[in-house]
Design a protein around this ligand. Structure first.
Ligand code: NAP
Length: 285
């Protein structure tokens, strides 16, 4: 149990963690920090945080644990701003969706205090954003990946692990590069594809009619295209190499499908669809 947690960026991810940790009693007080007083007051009135602060260095000064949940493009600035207030016993972690870029930003801005930073990523979320979308069960039975640094002490990793377990999550440890490759395929690519498909259809002449007849499959496939564009812009920029490699592979599969359709090769289509169905049925039970 810790006394005070500071959440920087009290949106869906940070707000849900605050609610979960308050509910389980993991911490006594949650201080929320952000760039906008009105939004922080909204988090206060929703009971997500107990105190708020616009000055990040002040916000982290009395905290035992700091969780950063701002878009990836804002991480570097946050590390820079917290450093003057960071005590030597305070552990910092984050929820950013790509890990290599966040580690680079932390190395640059935290300097000798880098060992206090334990990178992490909850594999949980929705297409909604903002504190009003936060809920305390978001992390129940979900996975969280930690990508610890060589400079981390085992105690600091344990503390972050314990925090996530208190929120109901299961923690896995992985290298940052490996994390970024895996997530490029399972999370980042699906978002790129969903945004791409909706935009492609939206540019068609008979767009109204297309969307009028959109059924369950379209809704299932494109739900995530309602996610925050800034967050996904940052993820694509932060994990570009891995996403491009995955897009290249996917393009090859699309070419195979295109060819099979053009050649009316039903056998090849059925074989590919059967193989994909078996894989999905196995992994998404
Ligand atoms: P969110 O609901 O939009 O919350 C983002 C928070 O960051 C808000 O409090 C926002 O403040 C603040 N913020 C935005 N831009 C900022 C800036 N330039 N400087 C300082 N603060 C800024 O987003 P989220 O879904 O919680 O995502 C937060 C992090 O979690 C991201 O790094 C994302 O990659 C990661 N993540 C997201 C998901 C998901 O499915 N959503 C899943 C796993 C990890 P305002 O209220 O002032 O806008």
């Amino acid at each position: 149990m810790v006394n005070k947690i500071c959440i920087i960026g009290v949106g869906l991810i940070g707000g849900s963690l605050a609610l979960a940790l308050k509910k389980t009693g993991f911490c006594q007080t949650v201080i929320g920090a952000g760039r906008n007083q009105h939004r922080l007051e909204q988090a206060l009135s929703l009971g997500v945080i107990d105190e708020c602060e616009l000055d990040y260095a002040k916000a982290v000064a009395d905290a035992d644990l700091v969780f950063i949940s701002v878009p990836l493009g804002a991480m570097e600035e946050v590390f820079e701003k917290i450093r003057p207030g960071l005590k030597s016993h305070t552990i910092v972690t984050d929820g950013g969706s790509a890990k290599h870029s966040v580690i680079e930003a932390a190395s640059e801005k935290l300097g000798v205090q880098l060992g206090q930073f334990v990178p992490g990523h909850p594999i949980a979320g929705t297409e909604k954003s903002g504190v009003e979308a936060a809920f305390d069960s978001l992390y129940q039975n979900r996975k969280v990946i930690l990508t610890p640094l060589e400079d981390n002490t085992p105690e600091s990793v344990k503390l972050v692990e314990h925090m996530w377990q208190s929120a109901g999550a299961e923690v896995e440890i992985m290298g940052a590069r490996h994390h970024d490759l895996v997530l490029a395929g399972t999370s980042h690519m699906p978002h790129v594809l969903a945004y791409g498909l909706v935009d492609c259809l939206n540019n068609a002449e008979d767009v109204e009619e297309i969307f009028d007849f959109a059924a369950g499959g379209f809704r299932d496939f494109t739900r995530i295209a309602s996610s925050d564009p800034v967050m996904w812009r940052d993820i694509c920029l932060a994990n570009g190499d891995a996403i491009l490699a995955m897009m290249h592979k996917y393009q090859e599969t699309l070419d195979t499908l295109k060819q099979a359709i053009a050649q009316e090769d039903g056998e090849q289509l059925e074989t590919l669809f059967k193989r994909a169905k078996a894989a999905r049925d196995k992994f998404c039970m």
